[in-house]
Design a protein around this ligand. Structure first.
Ligand SMILES: *Cc1c(COP(=O)(O)O)cnc(C)c1O
Length: 390
């Protein structure tokens, strides 16, 4: 039998979202496809056909996988330890972000070994104490990069930063981080570096506008219909998760369900067993809160989630084995959304979509859902911006 659970990836939604961000950024769009494209799988061709001009990923392995899949656009990888395979990255013409002297050194040595100059984006931490060079180490990193350039090892083509609070347009930190970034770019130029692209904004900063004014926008979540700022109405969710009933039974009042018998049914009812659990990415924290769509109606999942299965209370409906149940989707038919699943498990949508397990079959589909986005890019950039700011 084929896998009972299926994750449908709505490629048309991803294309529409990509075109939207291409318009919003004036065609300065790097599509961020890390973590298997936020769990959406093989979408590089779609986003590159819809207005993205470059691709960003966390690791070299992710970059090489895209090259193997035939992606010829610029790829940037930004999170690699000093012992990563930078030679492979350079040979595959993959740009690498550099946050520290140790990584700069490793990239330079790898480039000299393969006799090909490495394309480097220097990464400055503008405020979240995560990746990126600490601001106080930035001038010396720039000076070292200039030395490495003079040796013919690297070429600094970009400067990047990443904002911490951009989902809130009015957060005072945004101005600080923009200023720090501008100063970092100035320091790089004073060091003799000549980066041709500067990039600060990801999805939130692009939608709220607080990361505008630079050469490239690194957009991940937004391509998949996720808006961290909660302000956009233009984005379309791109996943539907379905499963099939494995078994069904009628139970009497007082029947306990699942480990610990946390849930006890208070009436005669029907239960259906769904062969999908936390091992497939349904967050266990959503136990006793989540719902699914069954025969056009919302029904509660009852009892603690198990690794491989959950139980749904279907009331008067006795389901048949093999019937399709929708776990989440865009919401048009009344099914729960990824946003609801995130709320039920006290997390963010990103975590729901990136954790769907390997037992779930991925299917890419272009559905003819009505277009929520005008993909004619020449028309709407200003209107879109105004609508977002309103
Ligand atoms: C993940 C990531 C992005 C994309 O962020 P979204 O909010 O998903 O658009 C951009 N830049 C860096 C450095 C990242 O780690």
């Amino acid at each position: 039998m084929s896998a009972p659970s299926e994750l449908v990836v709505h490629d048309d939604a991803i294309r529409a979202n990509t075109a939207y961000f291409a318009a919003l950024t004036g065609d300065r769009l790097m599509a961020v496809l890390k973590a298997d494209a936020f769990g959406h799988g093989a979408v590089a061709a779609s986003v590159l056909a819809s207005g993205a001009t470059a691709v960003g990923v966390a690791t070299i392995d992710e970059a090489l996988a895209l090259r193997s899949a035939g992606v010829r656009a610029r790829i940037l990888t930004w999170l690699n330890p000093p012992d990563a395979d930078f030679a492979a990255a350079v040979l595959a013409d993959v740009d690498v972000a550099v946050s520290s002297p140790a990584v700069l050194h490793a990239v330079g040595l790898a480039a000299l070994a393969v006799r090909q100059r490495a394309r480097v984006h220097l990464h400055v931490d503008v405020g979240m104490a995560r990746d990126g060079s600490p601001a106080e180490a930035w001038p010396s990193l720039c000076a070292l990069a200039r030395v490495s350039e003079a040796l013919g090892a690297v070429g600094v083509v970009g400067v990047m930063g990443h904002m911490s609070c951009a989902d809130r347009a009015d957060h005072p930190q945004n101005a600080r981080e923009r200023l720090l970034f501008r100063n970092a770019v100035r320091t790089a130029r004073r060091s003799g570096l000549t980066p041709s692209v500067t990039h600060l904004a990801a999805t939130a900063a692009t939608i709220t506008g607080v990361g505008d004014g630079f050469d490239l926008h690194r957009i991940g979540a937004g391509l998949f219909g996720i808006d961290p700022s909660g302000t956009s109405t233009a984005l379309r969710p791109a996943l539907s998760l379905t499963t099939q009933v494995a078994a069904a039974r009628q139970v009497e009042p007082g029947t306990g369900v699942g480990y610990g018998l946390d849930h006890v049914v208070d009436r005669r009812t029907n239960l259906a067993l769904l062969p999908i659990g936390y091992g497939d990415g349904l967050p266990r924290a959503a136990s006793e809160r989540a719902e699914v769509l069954v025969r056009g109606r919302r029904r509660p999942l009852v009892g603690r989630f198990s690794m491989d299965m959950v139980v749904v209370d279907t009331g008067d409906d006795r389901l048949d084995a093999g019937e399709t149940v929708t776990v989440f989707g865009p919401g048009a038919a009344g099914e729960p959304t990824v946003a609801e699943w995130a709320a039920w498990s006290d997390t963010i949508e990103h975590e729901i979509v990136t954790r769907i397990g390997t037992r779930v079959a991925r299917v890419h589909r272009t559905t003819s859902v009505e277009r929520a986005v005008d993909t004619d890019r020449t028309v709407d950039t200003e209107r879109i911006r105004e609508a977002l700011r309103a």
